[in-house]
Ligand binder design. Structure first.
Ligand code: NDP
Length: 296
């Protein structure tokens, strides 16, 4: 596959961050408004620590304010809800993100639903889920919105295309389906109970894989000329002993030989997720201040 058929999420995210930086400069100069993102991390999960550090760095690099709240594993649900209430009331905080997963003694949905929907930059609050499903102005979950942006950049108008999404989670599969329905695709959502998954995938002009199973989707499941978005991030043993490497849910080499375009893992969907989080924070800040939203 030629390089131009690989959808470079890293480069796309960099361009998006450039536009976000410009929008933030205008908000500061024209409206004395600095968008602020609060990230709350409970516990010591090493992967979450890395994500939170990257989010903080990129927020600052785009000229926004970053507020980090690191709480011990022993934090009670009541204490966490109290912090969220404070952040909801703080005018310098326009976006609130609670890093998941939370420790077992905390009920995740109760925490998500405590965030002010207008500050819910992850788009996981039930109000935003409902707004997205009904086509109202919502905060849209970052990973599927990043996938949609890359698809529209590559394909332009998506009207009438057959889209198959493998995976029906609340954070990827379902919001991806809502976005592609709004973009006028004919959408099928497949999952672990789907019969003859390869045949369902072969229908797809757009195939989105969000399963969490390394290289499950094979080359002969792909319709020639399809566009493939691989959301999966799976750690598998590398050739070198004791090392690990990342692979997606799609067998990349096989699929790339058949598809017209495909996102790699790493370097595809992953880098877009944080960039879209920053985009959502700028949009949230504008909506809260009653300022026209920039096109991002
Ligand atoms: P979930 O585990 O919540 O959902 C997985 C979905 O895949 C479920 O709907 C499940 O079906 C379906 N599934 C599992 N096995 C099969 C199978 N054999 N055949 C068909 N469908 C199957 O995962 P997430 O949606 O949270 O994440 C999916 C992947 O995306 C993971 O690898 C995750 O790491 C990655 N991810 C990447 C992000 C990024 O920034 N790039 C962000 C978020 C996630 P059922 O509902 O029937 O159980």
């Amino acid at each position: 596959m030629a390089d131009e058929n690989i959808i470079d999420g890293k480069a796309f995210a960099e361009t998006l961050r450039g536009r976000i930086g410009d929008a933030v400069t205008s908000l500061k100069n024209d409206h004395a408004l600095t968008p602020g993102l609060a990230v709350v991390l409970v516990g010591e999960d090493p992967a979450s620590q890395v994500y939170v550090r990257n989010k903080g760095k990129q927020t600052i690099a785009c000229g926004m304010e970053s507020f980090e709240h690191r709480l011990p594993d022993s934090t009670t649900q009541a204490a966490l809800l109290e912090l969220i209430a404070q952040l909801n009331a703080d005018d310098s905080v326009h976006g609130i993100l609670v890093q998941l997963p939370l420790p077992d003694h905390i009920e995740e949905q109760a925490v998500i639903d405590a965030v002010d929907p207008e500050k819910d930059v992850d788009g996981f609050h039930v109000i935003n889920t409902g707004r997205l499903a009904t086509g109202a102005a919502a905060m849209v979950p970052c990973t599927p919105l990043g996938c949609l942006m890359m698809l529209q950049d590559r394909l332009g108008d998506l009207s009438g295309l057959e889209a198959v999404i493998v995976g029906r989670s609340n954070i990827v599969g379902k919001p991806m389906a809502a976005l592609l329905i709004s973009a006028n695709c004919t959408v099928t959502v497949a999952h672990s109970r789907t019969r003859d998954l390869p045949a369902v995938c072969r229908r797809a002009d757009i195939l989105v894989a969000a399963v969490g199973r390394p290289e499950m989707i094979r080359g002969d499941w792909i319709k020639p000329g399809a566009t493939v978005i691989d959301v999966g991030i799976n750690r598998v043993p590398a050739a070198e002993e004791g090392k690990m490497r990342l692979v997606g849910d799609v067998a990349f080499e096989e699929a790339a030989a058949v598809a017209s375009a495909i996102t790699p893992v790493p370097g595809g969907v992953g880098p877009m997720t944080i960039a879209v989080l920053l985009r959502n924070t700028v949009i949230a800040a504008c909506r809260q201040a009653g300022i026209a939203e920039p096109t991002l």
